[in-house]
Design a protein around this ligand. Structure first.
Ligand code: BG6
Length: 441
Protein backbone atom coordinates (compact mmCIF):
# COMPACT_ATOMS: atom_id res chain seq x y z
CA UNK A 1 0.00 0.00 0.00
CA UNK A 2 1.32 3.48 -0.86
CA UNK A 3 1.67 5.68 2.19
CA UNK A 4 2.13 9.36 2.97
CA UNK A 5 4.89 10.77 5.12
CA UNK A 6 5.62 14.11 6.69
CA UNK A 7 9.25 14.66 7.47
CA UNK A 8 9.86 17.52 9.90
CA UNK A 9 13.27 19.00 9.23
CA UNK A 10 14.65 20.61 12.38
CA UNK A 11 12.28 18.63 14.57
CA UNK A 12 13.89 19.52 17.89
CA UNK A 13 12.39 23.02 17.98
CA UNK A 14 9.36 24.55 19.62
CA UNK A 15 7.19 24.53 16.51
CA UNK A 16 7.29 20.74 16.31
CA UNK A 17 6.40 20.35 19.96
CA UNK A 18 3.81 23.08 20.26
CA UNK A 19 2.11 22.95 16.88
CA UNK A 20 3.09 20.24 14.41
CA UNK A 21 2.98 17.04 16.45
CA UNK A 22 -0.18 18.07 18.38
CA UNK A 23 -1.88 18.96 15.06
CA UNK A 24 -0.91 15.64 13.46
CA UNK A 25 -1.98 13.80 16.60
CA UNK A 26 -5.39 15.46 16.44
CA UNK A 27 -5.79 14.62 12.74
CA UNK A 28 -4.90 11.03 13.53
CA UNK A 29 -7.44 10.92 16.36
CA UNK A 30 -10.14 12.19 14.05
CA UNK A 31 -9.21 9.60 11.43
CA UNK A 32 -8.16 12.25 8.91
CA UNK A 33 -4.72 10.87 8.17
CA UNK A 34 -4.45 8.05 5.66
CA UNK A 35 -4.37 4.57 7.21
CA UNK A 36 -0.76 4.39 6.33
CA UNK A 37 1.09 7.46 7.49
CA UNK A 38 4.52 8.18 8.85
CA UNK A 39 5.86 11.21 10.70
CA UNK A 40 9.63 11.40 10.70
CA UNK A 41 11.50 13.90 12.83
CA UNK A 42 14.87 14.96 11.47
CA UNK A 43 17.56 16.86 13.30
CA UNK A 44 21.23 17.10 14.07
CA UNK A 45 21.07 15.31 17.44
CA UNK A 46 21.42 11.57 17.73
CA UNK A 47 18.08 10.35 19.09
CA UNK A 48 16.34 7.02 19.15
CA UNK A 49 12.70 6.81 18.08
CA UNK A 50 11.76 6.37 21.74
CA UNK A 51 13.71 9.44 22.79
CA UNK A 52 12.04 11.47 20.05
CA UNK A 53 8.55 10.27 20.99
CA UNK A 54 9.20 11.01 24.64
CA UNK A 55 9.38 14.72 23.81
CA UNK A 56 5.66 14.88 23.20
CA UNK A 57 2.64 14.36 25.40
CA UNK A 58 0.87 11.71 23.35
CA UNK A 59 -1.99 9.93 25.03
CA UNK A 60 -2.95 7.44 22.30
CA UNK A 61 -1.18 5.10 19.88
CA UNK A 62 -0.30 7.95 17.49
CA UNK A 63 3.23 7.57 18.86
CA UNK A 64 3.75 4.45 16.75
CA UNK A 65 3.67 6.63 13.59
CA UNK A 66 6.55 8.76 14.87
CA UNK A 67 10.14 7.99 14.18
CA UNK A 68 13.42 9.86 14.03
CA UNK A 69 16.30 10.13 11.60
CA UNK A 70 19.54 11.98 12.25
CA UNK A 71 20.42 14.31 9.38
CA UNK A 72 19.27 14.49 5.77
CA UNK A 73 22.04 12.22 4.55
CA UNK A 74 20.69 8.68 4.34
CA UNK A 75 17.06 9.84 4.62
CA UNK A 76 16.11 8.51 1.21
CA UNK A 77 17.32 5.03 2.08
CA UNK A 78 15.72 5.21 5.50
CA UNK A 79 12.33 6.12 4.01
CA UNK A 80 12.62 3.33 1.45
CA UNK A 81 13.15 0.93 4.34
CA UNK A 82 9.93 2.18 5.97
CA UNK A 83 7.60 1.65 3.03
CA UNK A 84 6.44 2.99 -0.30
CA UNK A 85 5.25 6.57 -0.25
CA UNK A 86 2.98 8.29 -2.72
CA UNK A 87 3.50 11.67 -1.03
CA UNK A 88 6.53 12.87 0.87
CA UNK A 89 6.12 16.24 2.54
CA UNK A 90 9.08 18.01 4.07
CA UNK A 91 8.19 20.61 6.66
CA UNK A 92 11.05 23.11 7.03
CA UNK A 93 10.93 23.88 10.77
CA UNK A 94 14.22 25.65 10.26
CA UNK A 95 15.73 29.13 10.47
CA UNK A 96 15.12 31.02 7.21
CA UNK A 97 18.79 31.10 6.25
CA UNK A 98 18.67 27.32 6.08
CA UNK A 99 15.81 27.14 3.53
CA UNK A 100 17.81 27.26 0.31
CA UNK A 101 20.76 25.12 1.50
CA UNK A 102 18.32 22.53 2.84
CA UNK A 103 16.40 22.43 -0.44
CA UNK A 104 19.73 21.82 -2.15
CA UNK A 105 20.60 19.07 0.33
CA UNK A 106 17.29 17.32 -0.31
CA UNK A 107 17.97 17.34 -4.05
CA UNK A 108 21.51 16.07 -3.47
CA UNK A 109 20.04 13.25 -1.38
CA UNK A 110 17.98 12.21 -4.40
CA UNK A 111 14.59 13.73 -3.66
CA UNK A 112 13.03 15.24 -6.73
CA UNK A 113 9.72 16.04 -8.30
CA UNK A 114 7.81 13.62 -6.08
CA UNK A 115 8.14 15.66 -2.88
CA UNK A 116 6.49 18.76 -1.48
CA UNK A 117 8.11 21.25 0.86
CA UNK A 118 6.36 23.45 3.42
CA UNK A 119 8.15 26.64 4.37
CA UNK A 120 7.34 28.82 7.34
CA UNK A 121 7.61 32.58 7.40
CA UNK A 122 9.66 34.76 7.45
CA UNK A 123 10.03 34.44 3.71
CA UNK A 124 12.73 37.01 2.99
CA UNK A 125 13.21 40.29 4.80
CA UNK A 126 12.40 42.61 1.90
CA UNK A 127 11.46 42.36 -1.76
CA UNK A 128 14.96 41.62 -3.01
CA UNK A 129 15.67 38.85 -0.50
CA UNK A 130 12.23 37.25 -1.00
CA UNK A 131 12.71 37.30 -4.77
CA UNK A 132 16.20 35.82 -4.41
CA UNK A 133 14.88 33.05 -2.16
CA UNK A 134 12.10 32.27 -4.62
CA UNK A 135 14.65 32.04 -7.43
CA UNK A 136 16.81 29.68 -5.40
CA UNK A 137 13.94 27.44 -4.38
CA UNK A 138 12.56 27.11 -7.89
CA UNK A 139 15.98 26.06 -9.06
CA UNK A 140 15.47 22.94 -6.91
CA UNK A 141 11.71 22.41 -6.94
CA UNK A 142 8.71 23.45 -9.04
CA UNK A 143 6.43 26.14 -7.70
CA UNK A 144 3.74 23.43 -7.43
CA UNK A 145 5.92 21.55 -4.93
CA UNK A 146 6.39 24.58 -2.66
CA UNK A 147 3.88 25.41 0.08
CA UNK A 148 4.58 28.80 1.74
CA UNK A 149 2.82 28.76 5.02
CA UNK A 150 0.83 31.65 6.47
CA UNK A 151 -1.03 30.12 9.38
CA UNK A 152 -3.53 33.01 9.50
CA UNK A 153 -5.10 31.76 6.28
CA UNK A 154 -6.07 28.52 7.96
CA UNK A 155 -7.71 30.10 10.98
CA UNK A 156 -11.37 29.16 10.97
CA UNK A 157 -12.63 32.74 11.30
CA UNK A 158 -10.32 33.85 8.50
CA UNK A 159 -11.63 31.20 6.13
CA UNK A 160 -15.10 32.43 6.96
CA UNK A 161 -14.40 35.87 5.51
CA UNK A 162 -14.89 34.65 1.95
CA UNK A 163 -17.98 32.67 2.94
CA UNK A 164 -19.45 35.70 4.70
CA UNK A 165 -18.78 37.91 1.68
CA UNK A 166 -19.69 35.61 -1.16
CA UNK A 167 -22.28 33.23 0.31
CA UNK A 168 -24.54 35.97 1.71
CA UNK A 169 -26.20 37.94 -1.07
CA UNK A 170 -27.01 40.75 1.36
CA UNK A 171 -23.40 41.98 1.58
CA UNK A 172 -22.26 41.77 -2.06
CA UNK A 173 -23.92 44.97 -3.35
CA UNK A 174 -22.56 47.15 -0.52
CA UNK A 175 -19.03 45.76 -0.38
CA UNK A 176 -17.32 48.69 -2.06
CA UNK A 177 -16.16 52.25 -1.53
CA UNK A 178 -19.58 53.65 -2.33
CA UNK A 179 -20.85 52.23 0.96
CA UNK A 180 -17.78 51.44 3.00
CA UNK A 181 -15.96 54.34 4.62
CA UNK A 182 -12.90 52.44 5.87
CA UNK A 183 -11.42 48.99 6.40
CA UNK A 184 -9.58 48.60 9.70
CA UNK A 185 -7.40 45.71 10.86
CA UNK A 186 -6.32 45.49 14.46
CA UNK A 187 -3.97 42.83 15.82
CA UNK A 188 -2.87 43.22 19.41
CA UNK A 189 -0.65 40.99 21.50
CA UNK A 190 0.05 41.27 25.20
CA UNK A 191 3.19 39.19 24.84
CA UNK A 192 6.51 40.93 24.54
CA UNK A 193 9.12 39.93 21.99
CA UNK A 194 11.41 38.55 24.70
CA UNK A 195 11.24 34.84 23.88
CA UNK A 196 12.28 35.44 20.24
CA UNK A 197 14.08 38.74 20.66
CA UNK A 198 17.03 37.80 18.51
CA UNK A 199 14.80 37.14 15.51
CA UNK A 200 12.37 39.92 16.30
CA UNK A 201 14.97 42.63 16.67
CA UNK A 202 16.06 42.08 13.08
CA UNK A 203 12.47 41.94 11.87
CA UNK A 204 10.16 44.34 13.69
CA UNK A 205 6.39 44.15 13.71
CA UNK A 206 5.91 45.30 10.11
CA UNK A 207 7.90 42.37 8.75
CA UNK A 208 6.65 39.98 11.43
CA UNK A 209 2.91 40.61 11.16
CA UNK A 210 1.98 43.11 8.45
CA UNK A 211 3.82 41.76 5.41
CA UNK A 212 2.21 38.36 5.76
CA UNK A 213 -0.71 37.75 8.12
CA UNK A 214 -2.37 41.16 8.04
CA UNK A 215 -1.89 41.74 4.31
CA UNK A 216 -3.49 38.36 3.74
CA UNK A 217 -6.47 39.35 5.87
CA UNK A 218 -6.79 42.55 3.88
CA UNK A 219 -6.67 40.64 0.60
CA UNK A 220 -9.54 38.42 1.69
CA UNK A 221 -11.63 41.43 2.71
CA UNK A 222 -10.89 43.44 -0.42
CA UNK A 223 -10.55 40.92 -3.26
CA UNK A 224 -12.95 40.50 -6.15
CA UNK A 225 -15.00 37.29 -6.22
CA UNK A 226 -12.84 34.48 -7.61
CA UNK A 227 -14.11 32.45 -10.58
CA UNK A 228 -13.81 29.29 -8.51
CA UNK A 229 -12.56 28.15 -5.13
CA UNK A 230 -9.44 26.77 -6.79
CA UNK A 231 -6.06 27.91 -5.51
CA UNK A 232 -5.14 29.73 -8.72
CA UNK A 233 -8.33 31.77 -8.82
CA UNK A 234 -8.20 32.76 -5.15
CA UNK A 235 -4.52 33.58 -5.20
CA UNK A 236 -4.98 35.49 -8.43
CA UNK A 237 -7.67 37.76 -6.94
CA UNK A 238 -5.56 38.34 -3.82
CA UNK A 239 -2.65 39.38 -6.00
CA UNK A 240 -4.90 41.86 -7.82
CA UNK A 241 -5.40 43.63 -4.47
CA UNK A 242 -1.69 43.64 -3.69
CA UNK A 243 -0.93 45.17 -7.08
CA UNK A 244 -3.17 48.17 -6.28
CA UNK A 245 -2.10 48.56 -2.66
CA UNK A 246 0.10 51.42 -1.43
CA UNK A 247 1.16 52.59 2.02
CA UNK A 248 0.31 56.25 2.62
CA UNK A 249 1.79 56.61 6.08
CA UNK A 250 3.33 54.46 8.76
CA UNK A 251 3.98 55.32 12.42
CA UNK A 252 6.28 53.15 14.46
CA UNK A 253 6.82 52.79 18.18
CA UNK A 254 8.76 50.59 20.58
CA UNK A 255 7.72 49.57 24.08
CA UNK A 256 9.74 50.92 26.95
CA UNK A 257 12.24 48.38 28.24
CA UNK A 258 12.51 46.58 24.88
CA UNK A 259 16.16 47.54 24.42
CA UNK A 260 17.05 45.96 27.75
CA UNK A 261 15.79 42.56 26.65
CA UNK A 262 18.20 39.74 25.97
CA UNK A 263 19.01 39.53 22.26
CA UNK A 264 18.00 43.14 21.53
CA UNK A 265 20.62 45.67 20.42
CA UNK A 266 21.02 48.37 23.10
CA UNK A 267 20.38 51.08 20.51
CA UNK A 268 17.72 49.16 18.60
CA UNK A 269 15.21 51.21 16.62
CA UNK A 270 13.11 48.16 15.75
CA UNK A 271 9.40 48.87 16.03
CA UNK A 272 7.23 46.68 18.24
CA UNK A 273 4.10 48.59 17.25
CA UNK A 274 2.99 50.05 13.93
CA UNK A 275 0.02 51.99 12.66
CA UNK A 276 -0.36 52.19 8.88
CA UNK A 277 -2.71 53.87 6.51
CA UNK A 278 -3.00 52.38 3.03
CA UNK A 279 -5.00 52.84 -0.12
CA UNK A 280 -6.25 50.42 -2.74
CA UNK A 281 -6.29 52.08 -6.09
CA UNK A 282 -8.96 50.15 -7.96
CA UNK A 283 -12.58 50.79 -8.91
CA UNK A 284 -14.00 49.01 -5.91
CA UNK A 285 -11.95 50.72 -3.22
CA UNK A 286 -10.72 54.07 -4.51
CA UNK A 287 -11.47 56.59 -1.73
CA UNK A 288 -11.80 53.99 1.04
CA UNK A 289 -8.74 54.06 3.31
CA UNK A 290 -7.37 50.96 4.95
CA UNK A 291 -5.85 51.14 8.41
CA UNK A 292 -3.69 48.49 10.03
CA UNK A 293 -2.54 48.57 13.64
CA UNK A 294 -0.51 45.87 15.33
CA UNK A 295 1.96 45.47 18.15
CA UNK A 296 3.46 43.52 21.00
CA UNK A 297 3.29 44.24 24.73
CA UNK A 298 -0.10 45.90 24.29
CA UNK A 299 -3.06 46.01 26.66
CA UNK A 300 -4.71 42.79 25.40
CA UNK A 301 -4.44 39.98 22.87
CA UNK A 302 -6.86 39.82 19.97
CA UNK A 303 -7.27 40.23 16.21
CA UNK A 304 -10.23 41.98 14.65
CA UNK A 305 -11.24 43.37 11.28
CA UNK A 306 -13.68 46.26 11.17
CA UNK A 307 -15.72 47.48 8.22
CA UNK A 308 -17.18 50.90 8.86
CA UNK A 309 -19.99 51.98 6.55
CA UNK A 310 -20.48 55.52 5.39
CA UNK A 311 -22.60 57.81 7.54
CA UNK A 312 -26.27 58.16 6.70
CA UNK A 313 -27.11 61.35 4.81
CA UNK A 314 -28.54 64.13 6.99
CA UNK A 315 -32.17 63.32 6.36
CA UNK A 316 -35.13 61.52 7.86
CA UNK A 317 -33.79 59.94 11.05
CA UNK A 318 -30.47 61.70 10.85
CA UNK A 319 -31.23 65.38 10.54
CA UNK A 320 -28.81 66.21 13.33
CA UNK A 321 -26.12 63.98 11.86
CA UNK A 322 -25.78 62.12 15.16
CA UNK A 323 -26.74 58.63 13.98
CA UNK A 324 -23.70 56.41 14.13
CA UNK A 325 -22.52 54.43 11.12
CA UNK A 326 -23.11 50.74 10.61
CA UNK A 327 -20.21 48.51 11.44
CA UNK A 328 -19.25 44.93 10.80
CA UNK A 329 -16.59 43.57 13.12
CA UNK A 330 -14.97 40.21 12.45
CA UNK A 331 -13.49 38.93 15.69
CA UNK A 332 -10.82 36.59 14.40
CA UNK A 333 -9.39 35.53 17.76
CA UNK A 334 -9.32 34.63 20.60
CA UNK A 335 -13.13 34.28 20.64
CA UNK A 336 -14.30 34.28 17.02
CA UNK A 337 -17.53 35.92 16.02
CA UNK A 338 -19.08 38.50 13.73
CA UNK A 339 -20.85 41.58 15.01
CA UNK A 340 -23.08 43.86 12.99
CA UNK A 341 -23.83 47.23 14.53
CA UNK A 342 -27.11 48.83 13.51
CA UNK A 343 -29.40 51.65 14.56
CA UNK A 344 -32.73 50.81 16.15
CA UNK A 345 -35.70 52.65 17.59
CA UNK A 346 -35.54 53.02 21.30
CA UNK A 347 -38.86 51.69 22.64
CA UNK A 348 -41.15 54.53 23.67
CA UNK A 349 -43.73 56.96 22.36
CA UNK A 350 -41.29 59.17 20.51
CA UNK A 351 -38.73 58.27 17.85
CA UNK A 352 -35.34 58.05 19.41
CA UNK A 353 -32.56 56.01 17.88
CA UNK A 354 -30.10 53.86 19.70
CA UNK A 355 -27.25 51.54 18.73
CA UNK A 356 -28.20 47.89 18.47
CA UNK A 357 -26.06 44.91 17.70
CA UNK A 358 -26.42 41.51 16.07
CA UNK A 359 -23.81 39.12 17.29
CA UNK A 360 -22.87 35.72 15.92
CA UNK A 361 -20.47 33.82 18.17
CA UNK A 362 -18.88 30.62 16.97
CA UNK A 363 -19.05 29.26 20.50
CA UNK A 364 -22.86 29.64 20.64
CA UNK A 365 -23.51 28.33 17.16
CA UNK A 366 -21.11 25.45 16.74
CA UNK A 367 -20.61 22.67 19.23
CA UNK A 368 -17.38 21.41 17.69
CA UNK A 369 -14.10 22.78 18.93
CA UNK A 370 -12.36 25.04 16.44
CA UNK A 371 -9.36 23.18 15.01
CA UNK A 372 -5.94 24.75 15.25
CA UNK A 373 -4.77 26.27 11.95
CA UNK A 374 -1.91 23.78 11.63
CA UNK A 375 -4.32 20.86 11.37
CA UNK A 376 -5.89 22.38 8.28
CA UNK A 377 -2.55 23.39 6.76
CA UNK A 378 -0.91 20.01 7.20
CA UNK A 379 -3.92 18.20 5.81
CA UNK A 380 -4.12 20.51 2.80
CA UNK A 381 -0.43 20.01 2.10
CA UNK A 382 -0.91 16.23 2.26
CA UNK A 383 -3.78 16.60 -0.22
CA UNK A 384 -1.68 18.88 -2.43
CA UNK A 385 -4.13 21.79 -2.08
CA UNK A 386 -2.40 25.18 -2.39
CA UNK A 387 -5.41 27.37 -1.66
CA UNK A 388 -4.32 28.38 1.85
CA UNK A 389 -0.66 28.74 0.95
CA UNK A 390 1.01 31.80 -0.46
CA UNK A 391 2.42 31.85 -3.98
CA UNK A 392 5.88 33.19 -4.85
CA UNK A 393 4.34 36.17 -6.60
CA UNK A 394 2.10 37.00 -3.65
CA UNK A 395 5.06 37.13 -1.27
CA UNK A 396 7.00 39.35 -3.61
CA UNK A 397 4.06 41.68 -4.22
CA UNK A 398 3.41 42.17 -0.52
CA UNK A 399 7.07 42.94 0.14
CA UNK A 400 6.94 45.48 -2.69
CA UNK A 401 4.14 47.33 -0.93
CA UNK A 402 6.25 47.70 2.22
CA UNK A 403 9.75 48.07 0.85
CA UNK A 404 9.75 51.86 0.90
CA UNK A 405 8.54 52.27 4.46
CA UNK A 406 10.17 49.40 6.31
CA UNK A 407 12.65 50.53 9.02
CA UNK A 408 12.02 54.14 7.98
CA UNK A 409 11.02 57.14 10.05
CA UNK A 410 11.21 57.92 13.73
CA UNK A 411 10.28 55.30 16.28
CA UNK A 412 8.39 56.58 19.34
CA UNK A 413 7.90 54.74 22.62
CA UNK A 414 4.95 53.46 24.65
CA UNK A 415 4.44 51.91 28.05
CA UNK A 416 4.35 48.12 28.18
CA UNK A 417 0.80 46.86 28.56
CA UNK A 418 -0.80 49.89 26.95
CA UNK A 419 -2.19 50.77 23.53
CA UNK A 420 -0.02 53.60 22.18
CA UNK A 421 -1.92 56.79 21.48
CA UNK A 422 -3.15 57.24 17.94
CA UNK A 423 -0.26 58.35 15.74
CA UNK A 424 -2.12 58.84 12.46
CA UNK A 425 -5.33 60.80 11.92
CA UNK A 426 -7.45 57.64 12.08
CA UNK A 427 -10.87 57.39 13.60
CA UNK A 428 -10.28 53.91 14.97
CA UNK A 429 -13.23 51.63 15.67
CA UNK A 430 -13.40 50.92 19.40
CA UNK A 431 -12.27 47.32 18.95
CA UNK A 432 -11.78 46.78 22.68
CA UNK A 433 -15.50 47.13 23.08
CA UNK A 434 -16.34 44.36 20.61
CA UNK A 435 -13.42 42.03 21.32
CA UNK A 436 -15.02 40.28 24.27
CA UNK A 437 -18.50 39.85 22.79
CA UNK A 438 -17.97 36.13 22.22
CA UNK A 439 -15.61 35.48 25.12
CA UNK A 440 -16.59 32.64 27.45
CA UNK A 441 -18.32 33.84 30.64
C1 BG6 B 1 3.85 34.76 14.03
C2 BG6 B 1 4.68 35.91 14.47
O1 BG6 B 1 3.92 34.59 12.65
O2 BG6 B 1 2.50 35.01 14.39
C3 BG6 B 1 4.58 36.12 15.97
O3 BG6 B 1 6.04 35.64 14.14
C4 BG6 B 1 3.11 36.30 16.33
O4 BG6 B 1 5.32 37.23 16.42
C5 BG6 B 1 2.30 35.17 15.77
O5 BG6 B 1 3.04 36.32 17.74
C6 BG6 B 1 0.84 35.42 15.98
O6 BG6 B 1 0.11 34.28 15.66
P1 BG6 B 1 -1.25 33.94 16.40
O7 BG6 B 1 -1.78 32.77 15.67
O8 BG6 B 1 -0.89 33.66 17.82
O9 BG6 B 1 -2.07 35.17 16.28
Amino acid sequence: MACNAIIILGASGDLTKKKLVPALNMLYRRGELADCFLVVGEGRSALTDEQFRARFAIADDFGRLLSYHQGIKGLKKYLASRGQFSRLIFFFALPPEAYAPTAQELVAEGFGREVSIIIEKPFGSDYASAAALNRELVSFFNESQIFRNDHYLAKEAVQNILVFRFANSVFGPVWNGGFIESIQINACEEYTASDRAQYFDKAGIVRDMVQNHLMQLLCLVAMEPPDSLGAEDIRGRKMDVLRCLAVRECRRAQYEGYRAEKGVAPDSSTETFAELSLSIDNDRWRGTPVYIRTGKALHRTGTEIGIRFRALPKSLFNESGAVSSNLIVFNIQPSPGIIVKLSSKNPGTDIRLTDAQMTFCYSDTFAAQIPDAYQKLLLDAVRGDHTLFVSSEETELSWRVLDDIIDKGPCGTYAKGSLPPRGLPVDWIDFDRYATECAPE
